[in-house]
Ligand binder design. Sequence first.
Ligand SMILES: *Cc1c(COP(=O)(O)O)cnc(C)c1O
Length: 486
Amino acid sequence: MTAQNMIVAEETLDPADWSEARAVAHRMVDDAIDHVSGVRARPVWQEMPTDVRGTFAGPAPENAQPLEAVYAEIRKNLMPYPMGNVHPRFWMWYMGAGNFTGALADFLAAIDGSNLGGGNMSAAQVDRQVTNWIRDMMSFPEGSSGTLVNGGSMANIIGLMAARNAMAGVDLRQQGVDAMPRPLRFYASDQVHNCHQKAMNLLGLGKRSLCKVPSDDAFRMDLRALKAMVRADLDYGERPACVIATAGTTNTGSIDDLPAMADLCAEEGLWLHVDGCIGALIAIAPYHSHLVAGIERADSLALDLHKGLQAPFDVGCALVRDRKTHRQTFAEDAEYLQKMSRGIAAAEFLHDYNLDTTRGFRALKIWMMLKEHGVAKFGRLIDQGIAQAQYLTGLIAREAALELMAPTVTDVVCFRFNPGWLEDGALRDLNIEIMLQLQEAGIAAVSDTTVKGHHCLRVAICNHRTRCADLDLLVTEVLRLGTSAT
Ligand SMILES: *Cc1c(COP(=O)(O)O)cnc(C)c1O
């Protein structure tokens, strides 16, 4: 084939027939509305049959087929077998149920197609406005900076990397960790999320640099123990650098004593990073905002918008109090990324504030959701989840065979079925069986954990579709399954 012939055969990914594409796209939107509005009538989860599983094992298709046929396969083999977190009775881990406006926004973001690495375009304005909104919702000062990332783990990495570089005592970006005069020490409670261990690994500090401070009976960091550890490390010639407070622990939803930790960090000259992936947004919840008072004093803060704001996955946010420190941690020059005073590159590069270069237009879903519903409604929904957790706690207290395993402070409830005569090991097996049967029957999805050495079921009500009647059903079913197994 000559070059001339190739040009005659020019192709594109655009549809050959836009009216056909339009018809399929309209059908997708109609089906999507049925899918979301009908979610309650479906099982929370169902096991994928072997033949369906097999359809995902074939090789990459070499040749074309109509979009229509591809979509038919999605309807048949994909949509009936989701994780289940959009369902009103999904309470595993700590997820978020998504929402329809957010889904439309993800579509529109892809249609706009801008790269949020930076540039002079409306998408970058939306990104900046959304990070400023989050900053204001968290009462961070005007001069602070923020960046939208894929989730809480990355948001924590952004904050901890800024902390590391600010506290290293050398030009860490230039010299690397080997040049640090003294090893850095980070402190977090024994309830800290495991993404901080990954962060220590990534930051070249190693997990040993993350000192686990014991937690008290309310699963909050024991601050006397923290002080003693900081003292001991100083005496030993190490460099205490950063205290990681958790506002909403994954195990039990407990919230560290943020004001006291902010005081301690101020006294000792330490960086305060708050992992607020679960609890930071309680700051906008009128009845419970007091629980996270003091969070605005953090040097850096990680929050998860696909949890607290129920945005479709994925979107998290890191805030850093000192914009200059934030930028210095991440900004690098490149001859192929020159800023201009006019045109498309006439703007600050947003990738100067995180580890990505290319970034999708995540900001649009937050922007649309907040415009449509208003911040106040999201605050009320967070209050609603906490109130529902208290409702469930009340139901548990009324049943002799149910045992609350941790105080309920936010929207996480830890409990177990305990008929009263079984050992811990047998109780563990029994409760795991209850959990799996609830999932397999598609009734409800709860997860499990171990608190203070005891296994238990864990219900995280980060779900705007949950109703109290769903929690009534959960209790009824746990009692039924537990009783029939003992
Ligand atoms: C969920 C969570 C994370 C991780 O966030 P992702 O969005 O899953 O990456 C970190 N810390 C806490 C406390 C969490 O609950």
